[in-house]
Structures are given as C-alpha cells and as structure tokens.
Write a protein that binds this ligand. Structure first.
Ligand code: PGA
Ligand code: ZN
Length: 445
C-alpha cells in the first residue's frame, strides 16, 4: 500500500526567544504529523537562508511568506508528485531542493522547506510503523548493531550573543562521560547544575542566577578560566570529580574583526588577541581543565588558524568541531577536509534545510573518519526531533543546552523515553560514555 500526503499546511508560531517561526502539519492515512523549526543567533554566513518578512510586524522577523510558500507552492507540488512515504524521505527532500532551485534555499526559505522535511520524516516513520529514530537510522547507509545513546553536552554557563554578561565565549558545556546510562548522565548533570546555581548565588549574589538563551547561568564574568573554575567547583561539590568532561564553544566568528579576536566585544573595552594568542589561550585551558571538545575555536573563514590548531591537537584527545566553519554543508566539509582543518562536524538541520541533506553531511563526515555532534539552536521550540536524529545516526553526543527551560529539556526527556523504550524492547542499546566520538564505528559495515 502506498502512503500519500493528503494535506500540507503551515502556520506562524513562536520560538523560545519569542521570535516567529514556522510550524508545519502534514497528513497521511496514518494521522497528522507536525514539526517546528529552530533558529540561531550566532549564525554563520554559509547557512541556508531563513525567509523573514521584513516590515514592521515582529521587528521584521515574521515568517508569513515562508508559511505561504508551504501552503501554496511546496504542499501542492508534493501532493501532485504522489510520493510514497513508505519508500523513505530522500526523494521528497531532493524534490524540494530542486523546487527551490537556489544553492541556499533562499527562494522558498530554508525554514519553510525544513519544516516540511521534518514533519514528513515523522509521517515516513509512521508509514513503516517504526519509531522516528529507527526510521532515521534506516535512512543512513550505516548498518549498526543496536543503538547508542548519546552523551549530552549541557551548556551550563552562557556567554557570547546568548546572554548579557561580559563573557565573550558563548558556551561552557558539561558532559557526563563517566555515567553508565543516558538517564544517569542527565541526573548527574542536573545535580551539578543545581550546585552551580548555589555557587553563582554565593559568589555574585542572587541577582546573578538569571539564565541565558540556552538555559545556562550568565554571571558577571569575562575570563574563560573563571567559568571553568565555577564549573569544576560545582562538579566537585556534587561529588562527581573525574566523571565529567568539558566542551567549549567560543563561537569565535562573532568576535573576529579585521584579523583579530576581540574578547572584549561585549563590554565595549577592546581586548584583542591574534590567532596565535588565542591558540595559546586554548592550549593553556586544555592543559589545565578536562576539556574534550572545542567548537568553532576560530572564525568561519580563518582557515590557516584552524589548520594550524588541528595539527597541534593531533594525537591529543581534543575533538575539534566545525560549526560556522562547515554549516552542515558537504561542500564546506570537503573544503575543510582538504585543509585538514578539523575532525568533527556540528550537525544542525536548519543550517542545510532538509533532513536528508543533514544525514548525507553526517555520512560524509564519518567517511572522513570524523565524528558528528548533533546540535539544537539557541532559538528553539519544544520539538524534540534532534533527540531521535542523534540516536538514529548513532553519533554518540548531542548538545541541547542546560537541564533547564522547556525547549532544552524536551530533547533530554525524549532521549530518556527512547532509552527506556529500547530497554523495554530488549533492543541492544549502550551509552556512548567516554567513547562518544567513535560511537558510529560500531557498525556491521
Ligand atoms: P546559535 O548557537 O544557534 O545561536 O547559532 C549555537 C552554536 O553556535 O552552536
Ligand atoms: Zn557553535
């Protein structure tokens, strides 16, 4: 039996920053399937383009044109094509890429196309009567033995363009690599988060326990070592010393101007570092703290610094993740591979605009021997799609902010559901733990 789309509609809704975003609803004989798209603040130049209306409403951020494109162009075209959703998502996604016709989805809007792609992925899973994570696993070329639950990297201290404090670096993440299950990892991380809250309140006063866009605290600090000392103290007082690793995403593109990195960009007092000085700063931090992951340590076009630093990191345990550098785009991944610039892909579905292209980007990264790190955006919704994606592609780690704010915990809660479901079904399922970078290599080939 073929499963056809009978209706495709969209609406304007709000994201976690109160900015408009696109919600899509598709119908098949199996039911109604929805998705809502996220949106970044520290966006790179090489991302697929979100359509925004301009004008007065919502400060120009409305998405009514994207909504209209779903209802009047994409939906009717998909229905007319009579795609059989039981056959998978790829054909449908690449049809939308062709329908848009641009290289960056600027004609119809990446926000319009992605909403349809995500909702259709859910409809495809229902057509096969399998969970979304299993459908996404089947959409990859990998044939794994069982499932791997990802290590959560929780952004507990927010800076950069995600908060109002003077900290230039955007994200300080804690990763419970020493836990034995996803649920235990979340418990430990939530306990550390509460300890951190007390320490921040004691050190800076109660007014400092406000949080940033991704649910982490944003105390009045500006030096990376201050953030890391607070985190190490929280891990220690929660009783988990040695069982957490740390990840940092400075989001360096945001403070790169005229060949220099201005760590004072938020305070108005310039504190400019050359690439070499920034590299030394990272090396110092890596030597002192249990840092396992550095994302976007350099700006999206500062290729020489990326390549030089990657050389320095070879042989160390530090994962070098490209976010703005790669934009979940195979062309950028290939360029980075030629330049030997990094060893891991940050995977954000809305950077490329369809689920199938995001999966292809992950497969290319794996082919190169890289790891893949699935990510939310700073502007999120309670849509938990990326939880299933991380399990489906078996990438071993994901970031979805702090264990706080509904749109952040929605993903962690869904992952706990998946872990319980796999255990109940007695499906082989392990927690990636210390081996989070290599989870995907557990394949049948
Ligand atoms: P963004 O931040 O969603 O604001 O781009 C996330 C990140 O830089 O990883
Ligand atoms: Zn990033």
């Amino acid at each position: 039996m073929t499963t056809l789309l009978t209706s495709v509609t969209a609406s304007q809704r709000l994201d976690s920053r109160g900015k408009p975003t696109v919600q899509v609803e598709v119908r098949t004989v199996d039911g109604t399937f929805r998705a809502i798209v996220p949106s970044g603040a520290s966006k790179g130049d090489y991302e697929a383009v979100e359509k925004r209306d301009g004008g007065k409403a919502f400060g120009g951020n409305g998405v009514l044109e994207a909504v209209k494109n779903v209802g009047e162009i994409i939906g009717p075209a998909l229905i007319a094509q009579r795609f059989d959703l039981g056959m998978g998502l790829k054909e449908l996604d690449y049809f939308m890429v062709g329908l848009d016709g641009s290289s960056d989805k600027s004609n119809l809007g990446a926000n319009a196309i992605l909403g349809v792609s995500m909702a259709c992925a859910r409809a495809c899973a229902a057509a096969k009567n399998i969970p979304l994570y299993e459908f996404l696993a089947r959409e990859t070329r990998l044939r794994r033995q069982g499932f791997v639950m990802p290590v959560p990297f929780l952004n507990v201290l927010n800076g950069g363009v995600h908060s109002g404090n003077p900290m230039a670096f955007q994200e300080f993440m804690i990763a419970p690599t020493g836990a034995s299950s996803f649920a235990q990892g979340i418990q430990w991380a939530a306990e550390v988060y509460q300890e951190l809250k007390s320490i921040v309140a004691k050190t800076f006063g109660k007014a400092a326990i406000g949080i940033g866009d991704e649910g982490g605290f944003a105390p009045p600090i500006s030096q990376p070592h201050e953030a890391l000392d607070l985190i190490m103290a929280a891990v220690k007082s929660a009783g988990y010393e040695g069982r957490f690793k740390i990840g940092i995403d400075p989001a360096s593109t945001e403070f790169f101007t005229e060949g220099e990195y201005d760590l004072g960009f938020k305070s108005g007092e310039p504190r400019k570092l050359s690439s070499t000085q920034l590299m030394e700063l990272f090396q110092g931090l890596v030597g002192k703290y249990p840092i396992a992951l550095l994302e976007d340590p350099f700006a999206q076009d500062d290729w020489d610094s990326w390549s030089a630093f990657n050389k320095i990191c070879k042989g160390s345990a530090v994962e070098l993740v490209g976010d703005d550098l790669l934009a979940t785009n195979i062309r950028r991944i290939d360029k980075a591979s030629k330049a030997d610039a990094c060893n891991s892909l940050l995977l954000k579905v809305n950077q490329i605009g369809t689920v199938s292209e995001a999966i292809s980007a992950a497969e290319r990264a794996y082919e190169l021997g890289w790891s893949v790190f699935v990510s939310h955006r700073s502007g999120e919704t309670t849509d938990d799609f990326i939880a299933d994606l991380a399990v489906g592609i078996g990438c071993g780690h994901l970031k979805s902010g702090a264990p706080c704010r509904g749109e952040r915990v929605a993903k962690y809660n869904r992952l706990m559901d998946i872990e319980e479901e796999l255990e109940a079904k007695k499906t082989s399922c392990s927690y990636a733990g210390e081996a989070f970078r290599y989870a995907h290599t557990n394949t049948k080939g």
